[in-house]
Ligand binder design. Structure first.
Ligand SMILES: Nc1ncnc2c1ncn2[C@@H]1O[C@H](COP(=O)(O)O)[C@@H](OP(=O)(O)O)[C@H]1O
Ligand SMILES: [Mg+2]
Length: 277
């Protein structure tokens, strides 16, 4: 099995340095623009961190592809066996709202599958890492510890985590059908998957078709490395081979113990709403 030590060390360093870039801008009176195509807000922080991360990855791994949210290089996933997926600021709305719930994602997919992931939350200094098949870790001010998803299997006992800024009625309906009563909100796909990896939440449902592979590549690597599962709402894993970047069929992240009971219920609602066929 490939070790990926160099990839992980490099991604970790780059994510921390990008975190410093974000925090410097976070402390200023930054301005916010609307991205074309209804793709949400964008700030100078997204753009500066994007430029830094892409530049560093290209220097360190010149023969890999790099797909990043604020770059125009969407074909790389198709052209390269190894491709990095970068979200320089996941949770831009939370950055704008100044609640700290935003993260940097640096993920590496090999042959279309997530292999290495770093999700860094600069506010609070929490760094999640994962190498699929080789374990996930959390590094914070308390040190470094191994992560493992929860083993809660009973749907009504699951702790759900949902988007703070992009809630949906469909998620509420699925949660009701499953009998879920415990729920929390968090910004950022990566931070929500981090909460699952830490075993402080058990399931995450994202019903919009408006997220992209840079939202889920690094988070999926961390989650899978911690023993969890991430698929579309129909239960099929996304591939990171560049053929498609948009996650049209939503996202379901879950611990392994509850997945087989949760997924059919989620799929039924998703089919009724036309999100999956
Ligand atoms: N309903 C929706 N409409 C548009 N974008 C959405 C969305 N739900 C989630 N997203 C995207 O998914 C990411 C995480 O959202 P959230 O923090 O709400 O979980 C955000 O990425 P960015 O912040 O990188 O643009 C956001 O753009
Ligand atoms: Mg994002």
């Amino acid at each position: 099995m490939a070790s990926f030590d160099t990839e992980l060390d490099t991604a970790r360093r780059i994510a921390r340095q990008a975190g410093d870039i974000l925090l410097k801008i976070y402390a200023t009176d930054f301005s916010v623009q609307d991205k074309a195509g209804g793709m949400g807000p964008v700030t100078e922080a997204d753009e500066r961190a994007n430029e830094f991360i892409v530049g560093e990855l290209r220097k360190a791994f010149p023969s890999d592809g790099v797909v990043a949210e604020e770059s125009d290089n969407s074909a790389d996933g198709k052209r390269f066996e190894r491709c990095w997926y970068v979200d320089p600021l996941d949770g831009t709305q939370e950055f704008v709202n100044r609640n700290g719930e935003f993260a940097i994602h640096v993920g590496l997919a090999v042959a279309g599958k997530p292999a290495v992931g770093v999700v860094y939350r600069p506010v609070g200094n929490k760094l999640y890492t994962g190498v699929v098949g080789q374990g996930a870790f959390l590094e914070d001010d308390g040190g470094r510890r191994a992560l493992r998803v929860s083993d809660v299997a009973e749907p009504s006992e699951l702790r759900l985590v949902v988007s703070r800024s992009h809630r949906s009625k469909l998620t509420d309906a699925v949660a009701k059908r499953l009998g879920i009563t415990r729920e929390r909100e968090s910004g950022s796909v990566g931070l929500k998957c981090g909460l699952l990896a830490e075993a402080t939440a058990d399931v995450y449902i994202h019903t919009s078709g408006k997220s992209y592979r840079w939202d889920n590549c690094a988070p999926e690597a961390v989650l899978r490395a911690a023993g969890g599962i991430l698929t579309d709402l129909g239960g099929t894993p996304y591939s990171y081979d560049g053929a498609e970047l948009q996650n049209h069929r939503g996202l379901l992240a879950c611990n392994a113990a509850a997945f087989s009971r949760v997924q059919p219920v989620v799929a039924e609602f998703a089919r009724e709403s036309g999100i999956v066929r």
